[in-house]
Ligand binder design. Structure first.
Ligand code: 13P
Ligand code: SF4
Length: 303
């Protein structure tokens, strides 16, 4: 059954000059039919460079929105329009305005996991793979980091010269990892290295051997000589980790590390959007004109 769906998807990709982009958290079947699989930064960059007329984005809402903002003349679709990132909504425009009044030199640094509306009020976007580099390069001392308090405190710990004001938002999945789970996993697998996404709490980061984006975690595991790794990020990365490293062992620190929204990107829905051209992303001109500036600045500063 899947073979027939995959064949139809491949035919439609050709006939419609479409590409499929998938985040590492998307289901394995989506990653298998994708032309690009990567972390948020890589996908934002690739989508900007593609010649395709149609991009089907297997991720969550803010990712599809970012592709559309960066590529206004391409048609961008999502297999499931309800796939959303809870954290993307966890910041408040009024608080941004208030802090801008309080600090003359404030830079609002917006983790890409945020709505287009929040990006409109931000100075620069970052992803987990470039946040430290970009914040360090800003001339501003006062930084309001939205929406993720965990990534924000990871950046703050490395840049003591900055005054980083944290916002009360987080990823409910990564934030739920506990030190007890890490201790338990380490006791079960004493030789394993702990690889962690910076959306986890600082206590977890302190117990880790490596901290990085999804792509950084995969790269580290590919290149490191160890045979065993404890993984503190969403379980979708397991597909790439196992495919690239069949002889290595990967233990997810908790069974709860599953982003249900990412799993909405199923093969049958990918086929349906390619066939019917439903679930298109539209961004109004006013929002796009404002939201593109922090995304472009990220692409410039991350290089
Ligand atoms: P990456 O930027 O590491 O791909 O992470 C995105 C994300 O949503 C993590 O929860
Ligand atoms: Fe958002 Fe968390 Fe899902 Fe990443 S894992 S998309 S931050 S809810």
């Amino acid at each position: 059954m899947n073979d027939i769906i995959v064949k139809k998807i491949e035919e439609l990709k050709k006939s419609k000059n479409a590409i499929i982009a998938a985040h590492y958290y998307a289901p394995p079947q989506a990653q298998q039919v994708a032309d690009f699989v990567g972390d948020s930064y890589y996908l934002a960059k690739q989508a900007k460079n593609t010649d395709a007329d149609i991009v089907v984005f297997c991720g969550v809402g803010f990712m599809g929105e970012s592709v559309k903002i960066l590529n206004p003349y391409k048609r961008v679709f999502m297999p499931d329009i309800n796939a959303d990132c809870a954290m993307a909504h966890m910041a408040d425009v009024e608080r941004i305005k208030q802090l801008r009044n309080e600090h003359d030199d404030l830079a609002v640094v917006c983790y890409i996991n945020s709505t287009a509306a929040l990006k409109c009020h931000s100075d620069v976007c970052v992803t987990s793979s470039n946040a430290v580099k970009i914040v360090k390069s800003l001339p501003n001392k006062n930084i309001f980091f939205i929406p993720d308090k965990n990534l924000g405190s990871f950046v703050a710990a490395q840049l003591p010269e900055k005054n980083i004001i944290l916002n009360d938002g987080c990823c409910p999945i990564h934030d739920a990892v506990t030190p007890e789970q890490v201790h338990l996993s380490k006791a079960e697998h004493p030789n394993a290295l702990v690889l962690t996404h910076p959306e986890c709490r600082s206590e977890i980061l302190e117990m880790s051997d490596f901290i990085g984006s999804t792509a950084d975690i995969i790269r580290f595991a590919n290149e490191n000589d160890s045979d065993e790794f404890i993984i503190c990020t969403e379980d979708g990365v397991g597909f790439e980790l196992h495919s690239k490293n069949p002889s290595k062992k990967f233990y997810f620190v908790s069974k709860e590390l599953c982003c249900k929204d990412m799993k909405l990107n199923t093969l049958d829905k990918i086929l349906r959007v390619l066939e019917n051209e439903e679930n298109e992303i539209f961004i109004d001109d006013k929002t796009r004109a404002k939201a593109i500036a922090p995304l472009d600045r990220m692409l410039e500063l991350a290089e």
